[in-house]
Design a binder for this molecule. Sequence first.
Ligand SMILES: [Zn+2]
Length: 291
Amino acid sequence: MPELPEVECVRRGLECLLIGRTFRLDHIGRRDIVGSLAHPRGQRRGRVLPVSAECLLDGCVIDRVLRKGKQLAIGARSGRWLIIRLGMSGQILAGDLPESKKNHVHIRWLLSDGTSLAFRDARRFGSVIPCRDNDALEAHWRQLGPDALSVESTDLQRRLHSRKTPLKACLLDQRVLAGVGNIYADESLFRARLHPQARASGLRREQIDQLVLSLQLVLRSAIDLGGSTLRDFCSPDGAHGSYRSAHLVYGRKGLPCPVCGTVLRGARIGGRASVWCPNCQSRRIKSSRDE
Ligand SMILES: [Zn+2]
């Protein structure tokens, strides 16, 4: 959390706020949340990178805000980029902050129209990563799999073909597919009627087609509703997302399946709590010989 839909909502909010405006670095608190391309999670154990104000886009005019998977990149006319990883609880907030949100602000900029923009992160799994030019951004983003909102079945099939790990663990691996986390993996697998523990390499082409359709339907619906707010997430204007009310299985272990009424099961898969319907989602992936 936040996953692709929440990050896309932040991107759209930032695009409206930032394009054509100049950044002024106003405050930097914890410098250890500034990462590098070699250490994207930021510096830990008190290490701090030497970082110039220009690396944090001070004095730069913003002309693009991009997203790949769960990462954002704010681009300046000078060619510099600042990658932003929101981690577990990262927020980018515009305007005057309420008293309850004034803590945990690690970086604050002032825009040329007087608006302030804050990077706030209570749990500090997020980071900002200076990036000198397009080539460096592209090289960094090539380490990620294709974006889940636009991935094609043939590409996902090729990526799952040799993986004997559970399907859900593959979907969570950002090198296989970028943008999907725990919520949208469970929701998409339920709609595609695929068991999260099914072996990824065993999927037939039509099952992968269905998975891609389900993923993209779920992600687009969530973007339309401003994402899912479980606790911290909000868009730059402070608005919460309402897709949580559309969750069919995530967080509903022990409750009846909304389709068949069977009690939903839960287990940890790939280290993450997972929920599925044992009736609607078959663990056995049929091979073509079964038919
Ligand atoms: Zn069911």
